[in-house]
Ligand binder design. Structure first.
Ligand code: GLN
Length: 484
């Protein structure tokens, strides 16, 4: 049953061949015996209560396409019933008084929550090794990272512990773990998915999105999770759209921009081979490859690692031991309480970013770093607009290598940052981007590790991206492969 895609499960539910309770129980059993550390909180009673409601709705015919479908949420989305930790000791036992808008929308559609998914602390990381609750393992090779920060989400889909998951992407955190785990994920245009109740990392970049087995499944999930939300001031006012509407369109004549800068030095041979083979497959389907340039790709790393920490240092100031979350047990005075609370509550990477962020925002450095970064951010976005005059979508690798070994980069923040080179610019520009499985590499150890193809579109081109991805998935079977 767990090999089925969300779409197949939905059909089984609607035709009453399986009940929501049976499905939920099946996945809960799988989660219980899994050793990937993909979940931070599972509660059988809560899940089965939701499943019972879904079964009632199915019996009454009061349904959406997702009613009864199991889903798991990245532990960045707050939930009223499950704990909401953001992978941090700071929020170890935190229970939110409200649901994130995304969670609320899925609840209304009748999905059944399987639990909360492990992630890098406050979504800061590329390997899911920064979680207070321990690293997540890659189901393809448990000595490898699953990618980050939505590592729990991607690992759970790959290991078939859930047919659908939410993730968030600030600089690649949906696309890169999807690539490392051989699953499909999409980060929509900034502002499409409400950030209300998404624990904030870098507010001008954070964007929620789905991870699932197929592009078609992702289109269904996006249909539910997008939409204007008055509780999020950066939410975009647009008519509801059906992201599945273009899935079956022919892609003959589609112009695929292939950025030179994504295929230079530093791109591992095994990744390049798989991505080039995918591009060749697209040519067979009638697409045309266009050589393009995104000249400021390299600058996206320093720009992102100034802007994201700046916003993080501001967002994370709310964790002061007063309002909620962890508070040090002993302290001399108020300042000592703040200091001890934050010292104990945050992990190293989070502290590093708070320090960097406070520095680049401070008097005398603001102009030199933060303002300069904002200017280059604009130029990066303009590069994309110039590119989209020559092509309809852009394709390239998601990451320069396949998943690395657990522990390999955990003491080297810069090595982690460099691995984000191909995903950051899309986020800085606020564009939609996705990752679909397109083959396997060996890494350094001759093990089998998935490779992702990145597809980037212009603003609000999600339906097109999903169409382009779906056509590939009709012609190939990489997305059906699952680890043993
Ligand atoms: N790896 C990037 C970082 O550590 C992106 C994380 C994300 O998208 N949440 O900031």
């Amino acid at each position: 049953m767990h090999t089925h895609s969300l779409k197949q499960l939905s059909a089984l539910l609607q035709s009453k061949q399986v009940s929501a309770t049976e499905l939920a129980t099946h996945y809960l059993n799988r989660i219980e015996t899994s050793h990937l550390n993909a979940f931070t909180h599972v509660d059988r009673t809560l899940t089965l209560a939701q499943a019972a409601i879904a079964d009632q709705r199915l019996a009454q015919g009061d349904v959406s396409a997702l009613t009864g479908v199991p889903i798991a949420h990245k532990d960045i989305f707050v939930t009223r019933d499950w704990r909401s930790t953001a992978g941090s000791r700071m929020l170890e036992n935190y229970v939110s008084p409200f649901n994130a808008t995304v969670v609320e929308l899925f609840n209304q559609a009748g999905t059944v929550t399987l639990g909360k998914l492990n992630c890098d602390e406050f979504a800061m990381g590329s390997g899911n090794e920064n979680s207070y609750f321990g690293a997540v393992k890659n189901p393809w090779d448990i000595t490898a990272v699953p990618g980050g920060s939505s590592g729990g989400s991607a690992a759970a889909i790959a290991a078939r512990l859930a047919p659908a998951a939410t993730g968030t992407d600030t600089g690649g955190s949906i696309r890169q773990p999807a690539a490392f785990c051989g699953v499909t994920g999409i980060k929509p245009t900034y502002g499409s998915v409400s950030r209300f109740g998404m624990i904030a990392f870098a507010s001008s970049l954070d964007q929620g999105g789905p991870i699932a087995q197929t592009a078609e499944d992702c289109s269904w999930l996006l249909n539910t999770m997008t939409g204007f939300d008055e509780k999020d001031s950066t939410s975009v006012q647009r008519d509801k759209e059906d992201f599945s509407r273009d899935l079956n369109q022919d892609i003959k004549g589609l112009r695929i921009g292939v950025p030179r800068e994504f295929f230079g030095e530093g791109l591992a041979k095994d990744v390049e081979q798989a991505v080039r083979a995918a591009l060749a497959e697209y040519e067979k389907m009638g697409a045309i490859l266009v050589d393009i340039s995104l000249p400021k790709t390299e600058l996206s790393i320093p720009v992102y690692y100034i802007i994201a920490p700046a916003e993080a240092s501001s967002n994370l100031s709310r964790f002061d031991g007063v309002r909620y979350g962890h508070r040090a047990a002993e302290y001399k005075d108020l300042n000592d309480m703040y200091r001890k609370t934050r010292t104990e509550g945050f992990g190293d990477e989070v502290k590093r970013r708070i320090l960097t962020g406070a520095y680049v925002l401070s008097h005398g450095y603001y102009d030199a770093y933060y303002l300069q970064a904002q200017k280059i951010r604009r130029l990066i976005a303009q590069d994309f607009q110039a590119a989209f005059e020559q092509c309809d979508v852009i394709m390239g690798p998601v990451a320069p290598t396949v998943a690395w070994d657990l522990g390999d980069k955990s003491d080297d923040p810069v090595a982690n940052y460099l691995a984000d080179i191909f995903t950051l610019s899309t986020s800085l520009a606020g564009l939609p981007g996705m990752s679909i499985p397109c083959g396997f590499g060996q890494g350094e150890k001759n093990s089998k590790r998935p490779v992702g193809l990145q597809i980037i579109g212009n603003y609000f081109a999600e339906a097109k991206l999903l169409n382009v991805a779906h056509q590939f998935q009709q012609a190939t079977d990489w997305h059906t492969k699952a680890p043993e």
